[in-house]
Design a protein around this ligand. Structure first.
Ligand code: M6R
Length: 602
C-alpha cells in the first residue's frame, strides 16, 4: 500500500528517488520522504501530503558522488499521516523504508524500549531500524545485524535500509510485499513496482518471499533461508502505462485480480488465532451502544447492506442501513445509543460526509470504514477502520467493496466477542472461513475464459435482473450496479423472493436473469424463485456450485460450507461478467461515461 524506491550509484540521487516515487504515488500519498548517504554524510527530507511538498522541501539539496539513497511514499496503516510517521525512519545512524505491516512490532518495541531506545513515531516500521542498530551496538557486522533483524520480524514487508555503519550499501528484504532490484551497468535500483525504474534501468530481478541481501559496489548478493542464492534478471518492459496495469487491459481488471491479496492486507494483524482485534478502536468505544446505523452511497451502501445481515446475525446488534442522500433530508429520529457507521472508498463523498456531520450534531458516536486515511470522512469521524485496499483507479469499485465487506464481517465478529454472543465453535468457523477468503478470491484462468465466452450472449436484451436472497441480495444489487456502470445496459438487483410481487411481469426470453444460487444459504428457496422465472421463459444464467437443469447458462462455483466464501466467489463472477460485457461493447471500462471516482458534490 506504499511505494518504495532505492538507488546505489554515482548519479544525482534526489531526482532519481523523486521521479521513482512519482510513479508510485498512486499506491499512497499521505506523506513521503527520502534519505541519502553520500560521501559519508546522511541527510533526509520528509513532507506530509503529496509528493510535490517533498520536492519543494528538498529543492536546494544535491548529492554528489557514489552513494546510497532510499525513498518512500506512504499510505498510512499504523499511526497518522504526520511527518514523524513518514518514512524513512531514523535511528542513530541508519534509515529504513518499509512497505507492509510488522505484526509483532509491539512486542519488539517493548523489548527495545526496555533497552533504553526512544521511539519517535507511532509506526511499526521504526522498530526495524532500532533493532538493526541494537545488533550493531552489540558488535555485529552490518550484514549480520540486518540478517538477525529480518529473522525477528513477523508479517509482511519489503524493506530497504541504509546505514553509516556500511556506507555505499543498501540492505534489502522481501516477504509478502513486492520488491524488485533493477540494473543499469554498475548502478543498482530498487522499487516496489517496475514503473518506478522503467526508462532508467534495463533489466530487473523480481524478489521472491523470504529473500534478502545487500547491494554494494555495483554488486548484489542475494540470500534465502538456505544461504546464498544465484539469480538471473529479465529485461524491463518499455511501456510505462502498460506496466502500471501490470499487463492487465484495464485497472478494473487488475483490481479484480488484486482482491485476493488486498483482502490479506485487510485482515493482517486483525484476524488473530482466536479473536479479532482492531488496534485503531479506542478502548470502550462501544460502551453505551445498543444499535448501529450504517450510511453510505453506491457500492459502499451495498457493502453496508451486506454488513447489516452480518452484524445482526453474528453480533446480535440491531442494525439499519440508509442511503446517505436520503438520510440527509428525511428528518431522521436519532438516539445517542446508536453508533453511526459511514462507509466510503474515497472518504470524500459529499452526501456521506454531510450525513456524518448531521449524526454528530445529534450527538451520535461515529465510526468510518474507509480506504483513504486523512480523508474528510476519516478526519470527521470519532474512529476509523481503514480497508487497506490500496488506491482504486477504476471508477467501478471492486476491491474497495471486497475489503469493506471484509471489515464489516470482522467487525461483526469483533462485537460478538464483547458479550460472548457466539459459541466457541461458531466463532472458530467464522475465523476459519475468513482465513480462507483470499483463496476464494483468486481468479482462475478457466473461469475468466468461460465468462469471456459467455459474455457475447449478453450484449442486448431489454434488461438484466440480478437476484439473490439474504447477503446475496446486496450482492445482486452490486452486480447490477457494476454492469450498468460500465456496460450502459439496464440492470436491476432484486431480492429473489420479491420477483413475484411485480417484476416477474417483465419476464420473457429477452429478460436476462443472473441468479445467485449459493448452496450454503436458502438454496431451495432461491431455486423455486428461479424456477418461477424460468417457467415464464426468462433467460437464466445461474451461478451456483449446484448444477441447475433449468439454466440456459451456468457458471459453476466451489462447494463451500460458509456463505461468505460463496459470497466472495460469486462477487468475482459478477465483476468479471460486467467487465467482459463492457469490453465487448467497446466501452471505456476504467472511465465510464458520466461518472467520477469521487463524488464531492451533492
Ligand atoms: O467513495 P465512496 O465509496 O463514498 O463512493 C460512493 C459511490 O459513489 C461509489 O461507490 C460508486 O457507486 C462507484 N462508482 C461504484 O462502482
Amino acid at each position: 500500500m506504499c511505494g518504495i524506491v532505492g538507488y546505489l550509484g554515482p548519479k544525482e540521487k534526489k531526482n532519481i528517488l523523486l521521479d521513482g516515487l512519482q510513479e508510485l504515488e498512486y499506491r499512497g500519498y499521505d506523506s513521503a520522504g527520502i534519505a541519502v548517504i553520500s560521501q559519508g554524510k546522511l541527510q533526509h527530507f520528509k513532507a506530509v501530503g503529496k509528493l510535490e511538498n517533498l520536492r519543494e522541501k528538498a529543492r536546494d539539496f544535491r548529492s554528489e558522488g557514489l552513494g546510497a539513497a532510499i525513498g518512500h511514499t506512504r499510505w498510512a496503516t499504523h499511526g497518522k499521516p504526520t511527518e514523524l510517521n513518514a518514512h524513512p525512519h531514523v535511528g542513530a545512524f541508519s534509515y529504513v523504508v518499509h512497505n507492509g505491516i510488522i505484526e509483532n512490532y509491539q512486542e519488539l518495541k517493548k523489548e527495545l524500549e526496555a533497552q533504553g531506545v526512544r521511539f519517535l513515531s507511532q509506526t511499526d516500521t521504526e522498530t526495524i531500524v532500532h533493532l538493526f542498530e541494537a545488533f550493531i551496538n552489540k558488535g555485529m557486522e552490518p550484514f549480520e545485524a540486518f540478517r538477525q533483524t529480518i529473522a525477528r520480524l513477523e508479517g509482511a514487508y519489503a524493506i530497504l535500509l541504509i546505514s553509516e555503519a556500511a556506507p555505499e550499501t543498501i540492505f534489502f528484504a522481501k516477504n509478502g510485499s513486492p520488491l524488485l532490484i533493477a540494473f543499469d551497468g554498475d548502478e543498482v535500483y530498487f522499487a516496489s513496482s517496475d514503473t518506478a525504474v522503467i526508462g532508467k534501468a534495463k533489466e530487473a530481478y523480481y524478489l521472491e518471499d523470504g529473500e534478502y541481501g545487500f547491494a554494494s559496489a555495483g554488486e548484489v548478493r542475494l540470500f534465502d533461508r538456505d544461504g546464498p542464492k544465484a539469480f538471473s534478471t529479465q529485461p524491463l518492459p518499455s511501456d510505462k502505462a502498460m506496466a502500471q496495469k501490470d499487463g492487465y487491459r484495464f485497472f478494473m481488471e487488475k483490481e479484480i485480480y488484486e482482491q485476493s491479496s488486498v483482502i490479506g492486507d485487510t485482515m493482517l494483524g486483525r484476524v488473530l488465532d482466536e479473536t479479532i482485534e482492531f488496534e485503531e478502536l479506542p478502548a470502550r468505544f462501544f460502551e453505551g451502544i445498543s444499535r448501529i446505523k450504517i450510511c453510505a452511497c453506491g457500492t459502499s451502501y451495498h457493502a453496508g447492506l451486506t454488513g447489516s445481515y452480518l452484524l445482526e446475525r453474528l453480533a446480535k446488534v440491531p442494525c439499519d442501513v440508509e442511503i446517505a442522500s436520503e438520510f440527509r433530508y428525511k428528518e431522521p429520529l436519532l438516539s445517542t445509543d446508536t453508533l453511526f457507521i459511514t462507509i466510503s472508498q474515497s472518504g470524500e463523498t459529499a452526501d456521506t460526509l454531510e450525513a456524518l456531520k448531521m449524526a454528530k450534531r445529534a450527538g451520535l458516536k461515529s465510526l468510518t470504514i474507509c480506504n483513504v486515511d486523512n480523508s474528510s470522512i476519516v478526519r470527521e469521524s470519532d474512529a476509523a477502520i481503514l480497508t487497506r485496499a490500496g488506491i482504486e483507479k477504476g471508477v467501478a469499485s471492486t476491491k474497495a467493496f471486497a475489503t469493506q465487506v471484509m471489515v464489516l464481517w470482522m467487525l461483526s465478529l469483533y462485537l460478538s466477542q464483547r458479550d460472548d454472543k457466539l459459541d466457541r465453535d461458531r466463532r472458530r468457523r467464522e475465523l476459519d472461513a475468513m482465513r480462507r477468503t483470499p483463496k476464494a478470491l483468486v481468479v482462475e484462468e478457466k473461469l475468466h475464459e468461460r465468462i469471456h465466452r459467455l459474455s457475447k450472449r449478453y450484449l442486448h436484451g431489454h434488461g438484466f435482473f440480478f437476484i439473490g436472497r439474504d447477503i446475496f441480495f446486496p450482492l445482486a444489487l452490486e452486480g447490477a450496479l457494476k454492469l450498468k456502470e460500465i456496460s450502459y445496459l439496464h440492470a436491476e438487483g432484486y431480492p429473489a423472493g420479491e420477483m413475484k410481487h411485480g417484476p416477474i411481469a417483465l419476464a420473457d426470453a429477452e429478460l436476462f436473469t443472473i441468479a445467485l444460487m449459493p448452496r450454503s444459504l436458502l438454496y431451495d428457496k432461491i431455486k423455486s424463485n428461479v424456477e418461477e422465472l424460468s417457467a415464464r421463459d426468462a433467460t437464466i444464467l445461474a451461478i451456483s456450485p449446484e448444477p441447475f437443469e433449468l439454466a440456459d447458462d451456468f457458471i459453476g462455483t466451489q462447494h463451500s460450507e460458509h456463505s461468505m466464501l460463496e459470497f466472495f466467489e460469486m462477487m468475482v463472477v459478477t465483476q468479471l461478467l460486467a467487465l467482459e460485457i463492457s469490453i465487448r461493447l467497446g466501452n471505456d471500462v476504467d472511465m465510464p461515461r458520466n461518472l467520477a471516482k469521487s463524488v464531492t458534490v451533492e
